[in-house]
Design a protein around this ligand. Structure first.
Ligand code: SF4
Length: 225
């Protein structure tokens, strides 16, 4: 994956951010009550819709299995049953248990004292925590500046014509990390706005007629001749 035009990326990224914010408003993510709930959500949302994550989290709460210690104490069968709505429940139960075991040894408050590169390295060393999950935990639970990218980000920026080639997580993340001020609120809101635009407008089958980005979008320009 390459960045197509490297010129003025800082200004262009901020301009796009302002446009997205004036279209969609302030979203103020993440929908969770505690850093641990953010982390659980970040693991459970892998390859599934958020509404399924909410059902699994509600199950955990209803079963009084919502602290690291409580989750650690229940059987794997019980954990799988509670996580069933989130899909891939066997694998996710293993991931949640691995995360919980890690933070029982190294509480999140202790880990979160690390700087972003070291925290990222530690999170990535935990079974089931990939780059998107790690960056979500760093940004939305630790409230430190690590930009989160995902397939919504890739789809939007490749259609706009900013990037070309196959999705590459680290290269796409570097586009934001290298060209934006490392500001937690900006990163928080920018990622949420990209997801909102990708989920409602620039969907798999894009809804270009109602998109305010038509005039700056390669995909739309080519399609409309
Ligand atoms: S014009 Fe269409 S393809 Fe381009 S960003 Fe908007 S919805 Fe996506």
């Amino acid at each position: 994956m390459q960045i197509v035009c490297e010129e003025n990326l800082d200004k262009r990224l901020l301009e796009l951010y302002k446009q997205l914010r004036s279209e969609h408003g302030n979203l103020r993510w993440w929908p969770a009550d505690s850093p641990f709930e953010v982390a659980l959500g970040a693991i459970l949302t892998q390859a599934t819709a958020w509404r399924n994550v909410e059902k699994a989290i509600d199950n955990l709460k209803a079963a009084d299995a919502f602290t690291p210690e409580q989750i650690h104490a229940i059987s794997q069968d019980e954990l799988e049953k509670l996580l069933h709505p989130s899909g891939y429940f066997r694998m996710k139960a293993k991931k949640v248990r691995a995360f919980v075991e890690h933070i029982i040894e190294r509480p999140m408050a202790v880990m979160f004292k690390l700087d972003v590169p070291d925290l990222r390295k530690e999170l990535l060393s935990i079974y089931g925590v990939g780059p998107e999950t790690a960056d979500s935990i760093i940004l939305y639970a630790a409230e430190k500046p690590s930009f989160v990218v995902d397939t919504y980000t890739y789809r939007l920026f490749s259609r706009l014509g900013w990037v070309a080639g196959n999705f590459h997580y680290e290269r796409l993340r570097a586009l934001f990390m290298d060209n934006l001020p490392h500001d937690v609120n900006l990163f928080n809101e920018y990622h949420a706005l990209i997801v909102r635009h990708g989920a409602r407008v620039c969907k798999k089958t894009p809804n270009c007629e109602s998109c305010f980005l038509q005039s700056q979008c390669d995909f739309f320009q080519v399609g409309s001749g």
